[in-house]
Design a protein around this ligand. Sequence first.
Ligand code: SF4
Length: 247
Amino acid sequence: MIVNEISAKTVLSKSRVFDYAVNPYVGCEHKCTYCYARFIKRFTGHKEAWGDFVDVKINAPELLEREIQRKKVGRVWVSGVCDPYQPLEKRYGLTKQCLKILSTFQWPVTIQTKSPLVLRDLPLLKTFNDIEVGFTVTTSEERIRRIFEPCTPPIEERIRTLGELKYHNIRTFAMIAPMLPEPEPLVLRLKGKVDRVLIDRMNYHYADSQYKLYGLQHALTEVFFSEKKNTLSHAFSRENVPFQFLY
Ligand code: SF4
């Protein structure tokens, strides 16, 4: 793993999903094989494999403090093209420092992660008037998780963290996206721990070789996504869990 400390030029960037995104890191140690964020390599000149490098924007808090005072209030996505709670966050604490600034100015925030490390910042999360924390949970099966998300925390830890956040009155959501094989048991496991669930299909081709290697090509077909839409819609409705399909 190559870690570079860099000075960024800007950190509060426009986002197509929310108003803004704050990415304290370039690259992600979680190394998901399907990750769309690897497009960032084109703009940063990295030749290493996705997951083998991280640039640490050591001046991110300083930049954010300056930029937030010049821009119109809007919802901030933490993070979008990296996991804000990847393991390096333990050492650098940049996500935490950025959240402190966002809380001072009371900007609305949506955190999206796969890591229970977010619980370290629970007291800080409670200082926001408007904050939600989402966990990406793409399958119910550890065997599948290890194929596509080799360096991420186990599924059970993510679901337990959602429950803990909910217990502390933090708004939570789960992203079953991109949907991998065997998502159905997630319905009962997520029930009571999330305010809503968003579901999307696999929209990228980066992980095609893993599907092939493990004989999982059926899980990339229209039939698969349409069957899962049917069964998950029924199951989430039956359990009264708000959900939305994005495909
Ligand atoms: S955690 Fe998110 S940003 Fe990180 S590698 Fe996985 S999909 Fe990409």
